[in-house]
Design a protein around this ligand. Structure first.
Ligand SMILES: Nc1ncnc2c1ncn2[C@@H]1O[C@H](COP(=O)(O)OP(=O)(O)OP(=O)(O)O)[C@@H](O)[C@H]1O
Ligand SMILES: [Mg+2]
Length: 253
């Protein structure tokens, strides 16, 4: 089953108090299968709007998105689409384990093997001893880990992430990035990440899409071809810092 993403002539206008606000202005983009693509741009430019349209959670005003050749809503039926959003949206009445279980439950009944997969994924994000804890009993970072574990528990083949680590400290965020990369290396989902963090975008991506201020158009697409698997040392490499600088300058242009 193909899992490339094509976006053609996408426009989105929101109407509020009888006024129309154009947010996305003619976005055209191809994302090849199994690629890791980041979207960066100023606050309020339209990144979340774009991601929601890609995921079939929001309809565009015009233009079209195809995932593996079919509209997002149809892809939702055939693909395992994983979402991880800005606010981790865990269910407060469910324990960490039961929250991680949730996405799998929706896809299929959970048998012994399914439980094993969930235990493994919780172990890999360091939550083994916190399975029975409720979201209110976890730190913000742990909640982000539950959210990531939940996303990967269904082995998504298309993964859409919107600032999943925005509330974490620098070191924990870097660790979570490395975790996402190692899970992604195994699962090879076609991934679209929205992030404000320039160095994370360079560290994680094959391609970075830089958007203009609202209404968002594509300002530039940067190719990032550092070898994989990528390790922490890369962040201190001169070639890495040069890419970070290039992206920084592009945003300021
Ligand atoms: N449901 C809505 N109705 C009206 N306007 C909306 C709606 N959702 C978003 N907007 C507007 O669309 C614009 C883009 O919002 P969006 O959330 O896509 O930005 P963003 O790039 O994700 O910002 P941030 O980096 O702060 O998360 C904003 O001006 C916002 O006010
Ligand atoms: Mg947003």
């Amino acid at each position: 089953m193909k899992k490339d993403i094509t976006i053609k002539g996408l426009k989105k206008t929101y109407s509020k108090n009888k006024e129309d606000v154009l947010v996305l202005d003619d976005i055209t983009l191809d994302i090849e299968e199994d690629r890791f693509v980041s979207i960066v741009g100023f606050t309020g430019c339209g990144k979340t709007t774009l991601l929601k349209i890609i995921g079939g959670l929001l309809e565009p005003s015009s233009g079209a998105v195809r995932i593996g050749g079919v509209p997002p809503r149809m892809a939702l039926k055939h693909h395992r689409l994983g979402f991880a959003f800005q606010e981790s949206s865990l269910l407060p009445w469910r324990s960490a384990f039961e929250n991680v279980r949730l996405s799998r439950e929706i896809c299929e009944p959970i048998d012994k093997a399914g439980r094993g997969i969930i235990y493994d994924i919780m172990d890999s994000v360091g939550l083994t001893n916190f399975k029975e804890f409720f979201p209110s009993e976890l730190s913000g970072g742990m909640r982000a880990c539950v959210s990531i574990a939940r996303t990967f528990s269904i082995s998504p083949n298309v993964l859409l992430m919107d600032e999943p680590f925005c509330h974490l400290d620098e070191i924990t965020r870097q660790k979570m990035n490395e975790l996402v990369l190692s899970l992604w290396d195994k699962s090879k989902a076609t991934t679209v990440l929205v992030t404000h963090n320039i160095s994370d975008a360079v560290f994680l991506s094959d391609k970075i899409v830089v958007l203009t201020k609202r209404p968002a158009k594509i300002k530039k697409i940067m190719e990032i071809d550092f070898a994989r698997p990528r390790t922490r040392d890369l962040r201190f490499d001169v070639s890495f810092l040069a890419k970070v600088r290039q992206l920084y300058d592009l945003l300021l242009e």
